[in-house]
Write a protein that binds this ligand. Structure first.
Ligand code: FES
Length: 121
């Protein structure tokens, strides 16, 4: 058994999830809820990079259940926390059901740019 009962990853550093919704605030809200409930030793909330499901975001995955959530809004964080992380019942209406195993990108990650994106002077 690992050091945490549940480990939650929120895609905050991929390039589409943070703009499809507000995954940074979803992550912050989950961390706040865990802290307020005194569950930091039981539940770990982590930032994550791209999960290869771009276009379905914001994406969240909860382990050890391997339950994935898609199109998660900030207000959904409270429901996921109460019903799944505390209550042990995954939130059916938010569960992600991919069409096939592995990568399921329906939106491409944007390449990271620095400075001029045209490369022309
Ligand atoms: S950017 Fe979140 S799954 Fe790709």
């Amino acid at each position: 058994m690992g050091p945490f009962e549940k480990h939650v990853f929120v895609c905050t550093t991929g390039s589409t999830c943070p703009v499809e919704g507000n995954s940074v605030d979803v992550h912050a809200r989950l961390k706040e809820l865990v802290k307020k409930a005194g569950l930091k030793t039981n539940i770990r909330i982590n930032n994550s990079g791209c999960m290869d499901q771009c276009g379905n975001g914001p994406m969240i995955v909860v382990y050890p259940e391997n339950v994935w959530y898609c199109h998660v809004r900030v207000e959904d964080a409270d429901v996921i926390f109460e019903e799944h992380l505390v209550g042990g019942r995954p939130v059916e209406r938010l569960i992600y059901r991919p069409l096939k195993p592995g990568a399921n990108k329906i939106a491409k990650e944007e390449p990271q740019t620095s400075g001029s994106s045209t490369g022309q002077s």
